[in-house]
Design a protein around this ligand. Sequence first.
Ligand code: IVH
Length: 484
Amino acid sequence: MNFSFQLSPFNFHLSTEKMVVKDKIKALREALEQHNYNYYVLSAPTISDREFDEMMKELQVLEEAHPEYADPHSPTQRVGSDLSKEFEQVVHKYPMLSLGNTYSEDEVKDFYERIARDLNEPFEIVAELKYDGTSISLTYGDGRLVRAVTRGDGTRGDDVTANVKTIRSVPLKLMGDRYPATFEIRGEILLPWAEFDRLNKEREEQEEPLFANPRNAAAGSLRQLDTNVTAGRRLRFLAYSLGEVDAPGMTPWTTHSSLMASLKSWGFDTPPEGRICRSVEEARAYYEHLEKERDDLPFEIDGVVYKLDNREAQAALGYTARAPRFAVAWKFTSRKAETRLKKIAVQVGRTGVLTPVAELEPVSLGGVMVSRATLHNEDEIRRLDLRENDIVIIQRAGDVIPDVVGPVLEKRPEGLVPFEFPHVCPVCGSPARRLEGEAAWRCLNMACPAVIMRSIVHFVSKAGLDVDGVGAKWVEALIESGRV
Ligand code: IVH
């Protein structure tokens, strides 16, 4: 009696404290999800980053102290874990197909005409951006994200759920309560330009190979075994279609547009660009409009997708083995420009590799001033027969680092001589070697100032000691002033 009398107030105290903690955790989770949504989907944060981080920290501390309230859908789970895992393969219930590509107004006209013929009734086409990322299938059960699978070979893909959970515009828990019991959303994962540039700048400093375009970078970021790496690359998800659905008692969506509106109401990021195009002329006008807008968008698009808006009509038209009959893509042509190749410079990297770089008369390419382009190696220069002072065509075909397509021979000034790739290091003058089976020439002088400089830059970079605030410029200045 005495015993239990002594214990009960203690127990009572514990359980009230527990309830307070539980409520606190719940409140923090809800608030953080809301702030995530405000920030990543609405782009309208209502608190500072610092306040957000503090709330997140508070939640982390509480969750660590109370593992009994762990929840795989908690916002803290977005920050990644140290666990490394192999990806499991998952078979898609319905295959993830591709889209028929068209490259001209005539082909789009064929598409409209075929639909008119097959449907034999009035129809509306909705046009939207063709996102240039990597496709993903997200499965939700009871309003929670349960699985994320890559397209893979179309039939089966990799289970990348842990990585996708780190993407802030992917709702872990849907907003509202009017959603199907289980359903699959398909869409594209993108790496916005700003992130892409930041990532490549970092890689350049660390002398790691650059990502050629945001699409490769997005796909690579998703396949990281360490979810922290994925979390550190601010990927974005944009939904574009519905896969498998189980929605007893719910009226199915009649149009693609209304489906997109529902997705938006559940907290998905859906850009407001969808437009009804009632004729081929309207389809072209929208294509031309987007081609102009393209460079002002925060992420890369590679064309326009035209879809039959009515979902019943979509089902009636069905699919070929490869693609839906009710949708088609009109792809943009690659961005090209003409300019003068002022000089072929040869740079020396940390490992002594001599890399040729085209120094160009600055020219605008897709809204960005370009003054340099990659030339890859000696063989590539020879294949194109590039000569200094040539007028060249450069292009950016989804790739950010422009490529030299080739010289405009009709415009070649007289007296230009074929380029001789240097057989000595352009920095230290010692002999360079091209080993058998390799495309690259290398400076073999271990004491080459370029090799030393690049090595020190690498040493202080993130890949090395990660010395804060010391980059290439500092190292250069220290070496030049004789302090190093
Ligand atoms: S609808 C059956 N809508 O383009 C596939 N796809 O080239 C229908 N894509 O694998 C997909 N933006 O990853 C659709 N607004 C959009 C899209 C889009 C990009 C991708 C998708 C697909 C690829 C085909």
